[in-house]
Design a protein around this ligand. Sequence first.
Ligand code: PMP
Length: 357
Amino acid sequence: MSFRDNLRKVTPYVPGEQPRGSVIKLNTNECPYPPSPKVAEALRNMDPERLRLYPEVGIETLTEALSAYYGVKKEQIFAGVGSDDVLSMCFLAFFEGKKPVLFPDVTYSFYDVWAEVYRIPYRTVPLDPDFRIRPEDYLAENGGIVIANPNAPTGRAEELSVLQEIIEKNQDSVVIIDEAYVDFGGETALPLIDRYPNLAVVRTMSKSRAMAGMRIGYAFASRELMEVLQAVKYSVNSYTMNTPSILAGAAAIKDESYFREITEKIIKTRERSRDVLCGLGFSCGRSSTNFLFAKPPEGIGAARVFEALKERRIYVRHFKKPERIADYLRITVGTEEEMDALFAALREILPALREEA
Ligand code: PMP
C-alpha cells in the first residue's frame, strides 16, 4: 500500500495552446475584437477598496444585469468562472444517478472529463454521418443529457424543435443545453426553461462578449434546479467570481450595440472565409458559430496542414480523437486580415503538401 493508491487518476481536458509572442491565433474560439469599451470604463472606475473585501457572495451586480437583459428572474440565473465552471457545477449537481448521462460522440471534449472526475456514468451517442443529432437516439434510459447547440467542434446548429423533442421525452432527467456559441446563429432554448423544470441552459461571455480572459459564464433554469446548483456551489467554493469580473460582465451585457456590431462582423467574415476555403478545395459545412470545421482537400492530411500552419505561426485546432474527426481542422474566425493571412499561407502550403503525397 502506498499513498499513490490514494491519488485520483484522471485524464484531463487538453485546452488549445496559448502561445506567447506574435502569432495568428485561430485555435481556441476567442473573439478577435476587444470587449466593449464600457468594460474598460467599468474597470477603470472600480474603487480598489473593493478588492480588500470579498466579492458579492450572490454575484448580484451581474445576475441583476443578466436578469434585465434576458427578461429572466434573478432567482433563475447562476453565474460562475466561465461556462466551464458552470457546466462542472451542473454535472456535480444534476447527475447523481446510476444511469448513464448521454452526450454526442463528437462534442465539447470536456464533458467526458467531468463525468470521469465526478465518477458519473456516461455513454456517448454517435452523431449521424453529417454530424447531426438523431433525437430518437435519446430515448434510451439515461441519468441526464448534455447537448452543445450549436455544437463544437462541428459548428452545426440543431433546430429548437429537435432539442424540444429530446427535453419533452426525457422529463425524468436533467437536460443541459450548452449555448456557448448561440449568439453566432443558433436558436436558443431559453424560452423553454419555464415550461420544463428539468432544463438548464448554459452561456458564456468568452466568445460573443470577447471576454475569455475574464472567465464569466452563466446558466438559466427553473428555481428548483437553481436551488440545487447553488447548494452544490456553496459546498465547494462560496466566492467563485472575483469583483472585477462581476463588474466587467455587467458592463458588457448592457452594451447591446457593440455586441451586435462585433457578432455581425464575425458572421460576415465567417461566411466569406467558408467560401474561400471551399475555393481552396476544403470541404466545409455551414457553421452557426465563430469557427469553421473544415476538411483539407483529398489526399492532404489535416495534421500536416496543422503543423505547416504552426511553422508559419498560425495556430488552428486539430483533434486526433474521436477518429472520425481526425481529418478536420477547427478554425476560429479571426479578423479579415488574419483570415487573409491564413488563406495566403494555405495557398503556399497546399501545393507543397500535394507534391509530398
Ligand atoms: N462549451 C463549449 C461548447 C465550448 O466550446 C467552450 C469553450 N472552450 C466552453 C463551453 C467553455 O467556455 P468558457 O469556460 O470560456 O466559458
